[in-house]
Design a protein around this ligand. Structure first.
Ligand code: PMP
Length: 456
């Protein structure tokens, strides 16, 4: 029988043998030592139970150790783990056909990778080869990976190193009508509204024009007419600001996405998580030329994919692309079972039902508590932005964020946090959570905030 190391031993090893970064990211002041998971639940080494509302950052899609996925993994483990891509194996072809069937035409060609960063690296290369151009535009605040190439797309100083990276990568403002310069507090300011002859709140039509203007400004700083691609998360995983634009003005969102560029990517918002669609991009009413997938693709098993058109694939075929582990049969069997499970368990519908309920109830908490500035998201991809007060919208200080975060954990609820100022709580649970789980999470969250306010 397997026995976990003691907590002390793990901390010792962490200090001595794990990367210093691992040491930094215990996430909690008093770390969570996990032993086991089942569906939306996790158990600590001392038997404490947690409701998991973070899902390994949207990675556990259908539930920890989901029985159907586990059975598929075991079946394939007993048959064959690995060959290289030079042989022809059924699980890989079954998966490629199944995944391609989930995409609209002409997105029908699949490349399998081992991670999201790798998928985005590949997408960059493809975009550049296909267009013959080099420059790429991303949105400020985005996260596209930590590999040397994808780090150039990522636009968040927390992840940056003092080395030359991101040649040809430019960033433009992410439309943010809560914290950004347009559409948010400024548009709610009556003097500004009068000056602009504008009365639309919370999303402001003129704000969209302003963000598009910014995009055009950025184009003026890159090589003229030589953009290889535009990389964007349909809902930013870290701060999810794009959601605002989408909710308030869908058509401009479409304009923002496709008027000028031809490429768009995602990692977290797929597999039905947004509730309304299988893929996050669909809500923006665009069909990108390249879509990258990872995170929930194999319920936590390392895997990624690039989905593209035959034309882009043709341009990419100029060289020989090879990947030892990408598309291994175990990953494919697991990822196949994930797609089956999403269909059989009604996962997308569950995201719509429970996600909408959660968003509605969180919005009530926002109205009740001065320090909840904004609640946004779609389905089970939700952000709760914390502020000092609604008037100033200044980010809630880290110490206060951490206390609420820690208290939720101590009451048995795991959530995430992020954002450029670390001001946003992130909710992206395994997609099997129920309304009762949502009620539990809401009462824990509400209690943590209430007692925080009382202590102040
Ligand atoms: N893009 C997005 C939107 C992500 O959330 C992540 C992972 N946090 C990545 C890319 C990189 O994926 P990976 O960690 O698998 O390399």
């Amino acid at each position: 029988e397997y026995k976990d190391l003691s907590m002390e031993r793990m901390m010792e090893i962490r200090k001595r043998n794990c990367s210093p970064m691992t040491m930094k990211v215990t996430y909690y002041k008093s770390p969570v030592f996990l032993h086991q998971g089942y569906m939306q639940w996790l158990w600590g080494v001392n038997g404490q139970r947690y409701l998991d509302f973070f899902g390994g950052i949207a990675t556990v899609s259908v539930g920890h150790c989901h029985p159907k996925v586990k059975a598929a993994a075991q079946r394939q483990m007993e048959r064959l783990w690995h060959t290289t891509q030079i042989y022809v194996l059924s699980p890989i072809h079954e998966y490629c056909e199944k995944l391609a069937a989930c995409f609209p035409d002409p997105l029908k060609v699949i490349y399998l990778t081992n991670s999201g960063s790798e998928a985005n690296d590949l997408a960059m290369l493809m975009a550049r080869l296909h267009t013959g151009n080099f420059d790429i535009i991303t949105l400020r605040g985005s996260y596209h990976g930590g590999s040397p190439q994808s780090l150039g797309l990522t636009s968040n100083s927390d992840y940056k190193y003092p080395i030359a990276a991101g040649f040809g990568c430019h960033t433009t403002m992410c439309p943010d009508v809560f914290r950004g310069p347009w559409g948010g507090r400024h548009c709610r300011d009556s003097a500004v509204q009068a000056a602009r002859d504008c009365s639309c709140a919370p999303g402001c039509c003129q704000a969209n024009d302003m963000y598009i203007e910014q995009l055009k400004e950025v184009l003026k700083t890159s090589v003229p007419n030589q953009i290889a691609g535009f990389f964007a998360e349909p809902i930013q995983g870290i701060i999810k600001k794009l959601e605002h634009l989408q909710n308030s003005v869908l058509t401009t969102s479409k304009q923002f996405f496709c008027e000028l560029f031809n490429i768009c990517v995602q990692v977290q918002t797929g597999f039905g998580r947004t509730g309304s669609d299988m893929w996050g991009f669909a809500a923006h009413d665009v069909i990108p030329d390249i879509v990258t997938l990872a995170k929930g693709i194999a319920n936590g098993f390392p895997m990624g994919a690039v989905v593209t058109t035959p034309e882009v694939a043709h341009s990419f075929a100029k060289g020989l692309h090879f990947n030892t582990f990408g598309g291994n049969p175990v990953g494919c069997a697991i990822a196949s079972a994930v797609l089956d499970t999403i269909e059989e368990d009604g996962t997308q519908q569950n995201c719509a039902n429970v996600g909408t309920y959660l968003l509605t109830e969180l919005a009530k908490l926002r109205d009740k508590f001065e320090i909840i500035g904004d609640v946004r998201g779609k389905g089970l991809q939700i952000g709760v932005e914390m502020v000092k007060n609604k008037g100033s919208r200044e980010p809630l200080p880290a110490a206060e964020m951490n206390q609420i975060f820690e208290d939720c954990k101590d009451m048995g609820l795991l959530i995430g946090k992020g954002g450029v100022y670390g001001q946003t709580f992130r909710i992206k649970p395994p997609m099997c959570i129920t309304k009762e789980d949502a009620d539990f999470a809401l009462s824990v969250f509400s209690h943590a905030i209430q007692s925080h306010m009382e202590k102040k």
